[in-house]
Write a protein that binds this ligand. Structure first.
Ligand code: NAP
Length: 308
């Protein structure tokens, strides 16, 4: 059993910021990195709305800086996954990973969210063979080939615009007749000659043999079913919080997002949360960084009060 004062689960902007702050407070935080160092933003090729970077910067570069800064102040990053968390007896909590069992005074949960899937036939079968949730990762494979994007939010348009760098055409299929995305991205998407829209339509099946060759679509208003040829099927239909291992322990809303107060406290004394695991609304690097800062400062104060 390894004793740590502050354990941070997750290594996205919220987790790395919490690590930097608790590191500077000499609390020697340990960060359990999880699936992807840097979380979702590490996959983003272009970030242009993070304050302080007036030129476009890649998510990976931002994360590299955050990691260096956290490590500079003594944070330790561990490449491992959490299997279970036990908060039932209060602090110290027990956190079991694949490599270690930790006894933890304060827990900061920044496990984020994962892309939502449709659950239609062909989606799993062609996963990684034409079906993707990451334009930045897979766009390169679709040079001069047609792709379909599902969704009408900021992610669908941002990633759709990115995909136009490679793809011959990008068809955005949206279930309604108006977009959820903000006006700036809408304007750019409507102005892009490679992008076209199919409205009021849902995907019913991903078609293919070895790889994706098409998609079966259904118009929700007319009921008409059609098939569209495509080599890529990109899904950007929101996210699901990665809160499964905390079920029954941390209070969540009906979608599984943690409920926190303005001090980033959960319902369990000594468990704080930041970033997308408790924010289904803003989900920006800038907001996650702010929430990570608040969680770290609250954790630091909580420890000071309880050690006194
Ligand atoms: P989102 O805003 O929740 O949009 C999800 C989109 O997918 C919506 O258009 C939704 O349709 C559609 N959708 C959801 N479930 C579906 C289903 N089962 N079948 C078909 N369509 C489905 O998610 P997001 O685009 O990932 O954005 C998440 C948050 O991150 C937002 O707050 C967004 O502003 C932010 N974000 C910001 C930026 C930026 O500022 N540059 C970039 C990316 C994301 P409906 O519209 O009908 O609900």
């Amino acid at each position: 059993m390894k004793k740590v004062k502050v354990l941070i689960i997750g290594s996205g902007p919220a987790g790395l910021t919490a690590a930097m702050y608790t590191g500077r407070a000499m609390l020697e935080p340990v960060v359990i990195v999880g699936d992807q160092l840097g979380g979702q933003i590490a996959m983003s090729s272009e970030v242009e709305n993070y304050p302080g970077f007036d030129e476009v910067v890649s998510g990976q570069v931002l994360i590299d800086h955050m990691v260096k800064q956290a490590e500079k102040f003594g944070a330790q990053l561990v490449y491992d996954h959490v299997k279970s968390v036990d908060t039932s007896n209060g602090t110290p909590f027990t956190v079991e990973t694949y490599k270690e069992t930790y006894e933890v005074d304060v827990l900061i949960v920044t496990v984020g969210a994962s892309p939502r899937k449709l659950g239609i036939p062909g989606e799993e079968k062609f996963w990684g063979r034409g079906v993707s949730t990451c334009g930045t990762c897979d766009g390169f494979f679709y040079r001069d080939r047609p792709v379909v994007v599902i969704g009408g939010g900021d992610s669908a348009l941002e990633e759709g615009l990115f995909l136009t760098k490679f793809a011959s055409t990008v068809t955005v299929v949206h279930r309604r007749d108006s977009l959820r995305a903000g006006p700036v991205l809408q304007k750019r998407a409507f102005a892009n000659e490679k992008i076209s829209f199919v409205w009021d339509t849902v995907a019913e099946e991903v078609l293919g043999d070895e790889e994706v060759t098409g998609v079966r679509l259904k118009n929700k208003k007319s009921g008409e079913v059609s098939e569209m040829d495509t080599d890529g099927f990109f899904l950007f239909i929101g996210h699901i919080p990665n809160s499964e291992i905390f079920e029954g322990q941390i209070e969540m809303d009906e979608e599984g997002y943690f409920i926190t107060d303005s001090l980033m406290r959960t319902n369990v004394e000594g468990v704080f949360a930041a970033g997308e695991i408790q924010d289904s609304v803003y989900r920006q690097v800038a907001t996650s960084v702010g929430q990570g800062t608040a969680a770290a400062m609250s954790a630091e104060r909580w420890l000071a009060e309880h050690e006194a």
